[in-house]
Structures are given as structure tokens and as C-alpha cells.
Design a protein. Sequence first.
Length: 151
Amino acid sequence: MRAQLRVLVVGILLGALVAAATAARPTPPPDMVVYKSASCGCCKQWVDYLKAKGYTVTSKDLDDAALASIKAELGVTRGVSSCHTAVIAGYVIEGHVPAGDIERLLREKPKVLGLAAPGMPGAAPGMDTSKDPYDVLTFDAKGTTTVFSHH
């Protein structure tokens, strides 16, 4: 009887340890596809930055016309446009958006098309050429934007 009780207790403890280890393991972010120009160095740096943050990124190098077509198809307007466009979990990520903002977007799941760091902010990941503050915006199909975060 004691041996059976000991086996039962050990089994319960092992089960609890496995459950705790599984719960503590972070879920990897979904895969991302980045559409960019082959000659753009800052786009490559942004992709490398995301990979270092744990993202699985597939880059697709396009000519300017094809990139413009993808942007139009995904609802990226001139007001939020930047040098590259990414898609993750049904959201569009335009430009040098920080990984923390992407993680927040995926966690909160707002009803928007995506996030944008319009233009090429010098302080954004992959640019790293200045300390000037910049905003990351949400955007929707109507072209409406709101400030998502300040950096």
C-alpha cells in the first residue's frame, strides 16, 4: 500500500512539473513574410532584427512595381507607406515597426489592417541612424490611422 501511494505521489509531482514547464515555455510568434527590394540594406537589417527576436521570416525580393502592387493589394496607402511590407497572422506590418509593437498587436488583436512606421524613422529597428522620436500607427481599410505607440 505504501509503495502504491509513493508511486501515486511521484506521478502527481511529475505531472505538475511537466505542466509547469509547458506553461512557462513561450509560444513562438507566427511566421512572417516580408516583401522588400533586394537592394535595400535597411530592410535586410529589419529582417535580421526580427530573426534575432525569435521570428521566422521569409523574405521575398520584388522589383518596385511588384512591391507597389503588393502594398496596394494589402491596403497600404501613401500616408503609412515605408520601404518594406510584411504580413503576419493576417496583419500588415509596414516599415520598421519594433518587435514589441508586433507582439502587442498579436496579443490584443485590434480590428485594424495593421501597423506602420511611416517613412523611414532613423531611430527605428533596422535604421538605427538617429535618436529622433517616432510613432507607430494602426491603419484600417478606410485609411484611418491612430497612434499605437511612441518611441
